[in-house]
Design a protein around this ligand. Sequence first.
Ligand code: F6R
Ligand code: MG
Ligand code: MG
Length: 373
Amino acid sequence: MPRKTTISHIKCDVGSLAGHHIVPKSLLNIADKNLKKAKEEGLINSYYVFNVGDDLQLLMVHENGEANSDIHKLAWDTFQEAANKALELKLYGAGQDLLKTAFSGTIRGMGPGFAEMEIEERGSDPVVALAADKTSGGAFNYPLFRIFADPMNTAGLVIDPNMAGGFKFEVLDTIENKKVVLKCPEEVYELIALVGTVQRYMISAIRRARDDLICAVGSVTRLSQIAGRYVGKDDPVIIVRAQHGLPAVGEILVPFIHSYLVEGWMRGSHWGPIMPVGLKDAKCTAFDGPPRIVALGFQIANGKIASDDNGKPMIADLFDDVAFALARREALKYASMLRRMGEFEPARLGPEEMEYTTLQQILEKLKGRFKPA
Ligand code: F6R
Ligand code: MG
Ligand code: MG
């Protein structure tokens, strides 16, 4: 029996320094302390704590399977503790994504976002974790389509016989809370028809068609549907497996050599250009952005993240590279173009997606002044 290992990537905005800018070191230290203890106690085998903008990210590798209540509780308690520290320091938006009070066995529906994948370890298992700030789950539809369905992006779809059977995409309708599975290349037009509607349909998982091997899982939540009001965008994470009959790491990264537009940015109410960056630049500034994305590469080995001689997980900061300088420049160019338009659509989202709108109040105020045209 091949060994089964679980990757759990769980994230939460627990409060941040200088508005919605970054998670400060003292909060990262709390996460580090708790995950170190969990590792010493044997609950998890490896971990990596980082932040993308104002989101605290816990990447954990263990052998307890998906949706394990001890793992979810570890994340929940860590977010609670970090949020309490944020409150004490009067950081901004302390506990922002912690929408429930009592933990009840799973973190689902409680505010934090998560992507989890149980895998049977292959001979070598390269993984890329992508995490973004100031955007939502639909931001990954376009690159995931390119990576797993577009032969103009992924050479392996054309020239690797192991990929010839294509991939199956699980798509979530976030409004009706229903899922559908579409098989590519046969249903590529149907897939684009759905996931091109990025605000409603989101790719939640991808499997290799010929053997159902799990290839990618994403966090697809809508915080506003849990809280019943605007509480920030659902800054998403995805875990993607690479190589040996799956897209190569380079095929996973190449869609990001150009910037593209995603929803989010200021007040979660604007279209903004995605900017691929290394961890050192994973912070949102201009107009609370532009939306940033990081890609961390690692190897799963014997139930852990492959580690160096000192036991430190080896993490490749994949967008910290000159190959993405063009995308960063494009992002700045698109940002300046969009911001010149101010609050005029399409720079601003349509009224249904804005969530932060004053339109209702304005219409109410002007009610008596509208005359038949
Ligand atoms: C985006 C985000 C920020 C805030 C903005 C206003 O997800 O969190 O852009 O919406 O900084 O924040 P408030 O209303 O808290 O002053
Ligand atoms: Mg925030
Ligand atoms: Mg955020």
